[in-house]
Design a protein around this ligand. Structure first.
Ligand code: ADP
Length: 500
């Protein structure tokens, strides 16, 4: 984006796309249509980006039937051919960069930088899982066996997988788990979040144009009820879910209540992410990393920093510096190129965050807030906020937005702080800024967390080299983008042949 030869044509293309209207409907729409809902921009709720046509119960049932019928054929295609199709989809995504960025901005309220990063991640997922299809599914693995026997192990898809995804990464987390399931030889029924079906519909259409059969990867737009209809169907062999812990638990119950084979649930859920900063940390680095971790993407990343623990002897100076950088954040229209913090996803999210801040103010906690620009009026904007609290124990739940809590700790309290963080039950990301090796060892040994980020920001992961995912209330594992993820979507078959 720094290069005008890249930036200027992209901005011109985005301007051309600004008034385009998009639609999302089931891949095989029925004649008798379900409910049609408008999709509006988080930055200006009076602007419609397109419409969502919800899948009916009949469409869900028929989609699963089609997916089930074609799954053995998709599985038999083998890892190499599936890899080529996923790579063709990655190419098609790259060829539609401007459309994806436009939708990330208009449908999800993402800044330009976030939208570019999101498309990059989606393409990386497609290519990574294509590689996994080749690595794990291209040929059977020979097993050692007794003399006169030929033994081998093959991996196969489990059947029909449902992918139920959230709005905060409407493209990357929509396509990532679906690509993993497809790579393993499953067919996929995908239900995007109700707030962001349009970008998902474009992704599915491009996968079809790249050669993945329509029956193999079907879109079913709708809200939670459509998700519930899907997960209560006995033909679903597994669910890849990203969203709240409560919904993951509801899906788990729904799958368990079926008179059906036990389904696989791969869930990536919430967090209560902390960062610990001790007196040895470098203040400039801490400031940069705290502001990015808490406020980039308007704090709407699963990995985002919620509770900053600063050692008391440096706390005043450190908090002052953080407030300085916080005061320089540019808040406003995500379509403007220099915006750092855009809106939150919708009115529900906005009012929930405002209630949280108001409660802390009533309790007498010190609260610092940024003002909102005039143009933020018609949208779902939350003024970035810093709140002082005593401990992570003061927070009942994750606050998914641009709100950072700050607490202090004394030199001898490190182990207690880690115990308090572990006691939330979540275990997604933890940040640590310390130049003391002993402190780093202690945190690494005691923290029950999926991703530990030391002396850097915690805004996320690079597919493959930094697999991402949590434990405890934060998810089932294994990590997306890691070497074990695709195996959760597969079943093992062993063949033993007497060759004498
Ligand atoms: P968030 O807090 O990120 O909005 P949710 O857990 O509510 O997270 O939503 C994540 C995804 O789960 C969305 O696609 C949503 O429609 C879907 N969903 C919500 N409730 C259910 C349910 N009971 N069964 C299946 N899917 C659901």
């Amino acid at each position: 984006l720094a290069d005008p030869l890249v930036r200027e044509p992209l901005l011109a293309e985005l301007a051309r796309l600004e008034d385009r209207s998009w639609t999302a409907e089931p891949t095989f729409p029925h004649r008798d249509p379900g409910e049609i809902a408008p999709i509006t921009s988080p930055q200006d709720t009076s602007r419609q980006v397109g419409t969502r046509r919800d899948a009916t119960a009949v469409e869900v049932a028929e989609a699963i039937g089609r997916a089930e019928a074609i799954q053995p054929g998709w599985n038999a295609l083998g890892g190499e051919k599936r890899a080529l199709l996923l790579e063709a989809a990655a190419d098609a995504f790259e060829a539609h960069t401007a459309e994806f960025i436009s939708l990330c901005q208009r449908e999800a309220g993402k800044t330009l930088v976030d939208a570019v990063l999101e498309l990059r991640e989606a393409v990386d997922f497609l290519r990574f899982y294509a590689g996994e299809a080749r690595r794990l599914f291209a040929a059977p693995m020979p097993l050692p066996g007794p003399t006169g026997e030929e033994n081998r192990l093959t991996l196969a898809g489990r059947g029909v997988f449902a992918s139920i995804s959230p709005w905060n990464f409407p493209l990357a987390i929509f396509i990532g788990p679906a690509a993993a399931a497809l790579a393993a030889g499953n067919t996929v029924i995908a239900k995007p979040a109700e707030q962001t079906p349009l970008i998902a519909a474009l992704a599915v259409r491009l996968c079809h144009e790249a050669g993945i059969p329509e029956e193999v990867f079907q879109l079913l737009p709708g809200a939670g009820e459509v998700g519930q209809t899907i997960t209560s169907d006995v033909r679903i062999a597994g669910v890849a879910f990203t969203g709240s812990t409560q919904t993951a638990q509801a899906i788990n119950r729904s799958l368990a209540a079926r008179d059906a084979p036990i389904a696989t649930l791969v869930a990536e859920t919430g967090g209560q992410n902390a960062m610990i900063v001790d007196s040895s940390a470098l203040p400039e680095q801490v400031t940069r990393d705290v502001v990015a971790s808490a406020f980039q993407s308007a704090g709407q990343r699963c990995s985002a920093l919620r509770v900053l623990y600063v050692q008391d002897d440096v706390a005043d100076a450190m908090i002052e510096m953080i407030k300085g950088a916080f005061a320089a954040l540019v808040i406003g229209d995500p379509l403007a190129i220099d915006t750092d913090v855009g809106p939150v996803i919708d009115e529900d999210a906005r009012s929930q965050l405002e209630r949280h801040v108001a409660r802390r103010q009533t309790e007498g906690r010190p609260v610092w807030r940024r003002g909102l620009p005039e143009q933020a009026r018609g949208g779902c904007f939350v003024a970035p906020t810093i709140i002082e609290i005593a401990s992570i124990r003061d927070l009942a739940r994750e606050n998914f937005g641009p709100v950072l809590h700050v607490a202090r700790f004394a030199a001898g309290e490190l182990e207690q702080v880690i115990a308090d963080i572990n006691a939330t039950g979540y275990g997604l990301t933890l940040g640590l800024h310390s130049r003391i090796a002993e402190t780093r060892r202690t945190v690494e040994r005691l923290a029950r967390v999926g991703n530990l980020y030391v002396n850097r920001n915690q805004i996320g992961a690079v597919v493959e080299s930094q697999p991402f995912g949590g434990e405890g209330l934060s998810g089932t594992g294994p990590k997306a983008g890691g070497p074990h993820y695709v195996l959760r979507f597969a079943t093992e078959r062993v063949v033993c042949i007497d060759t004498t």
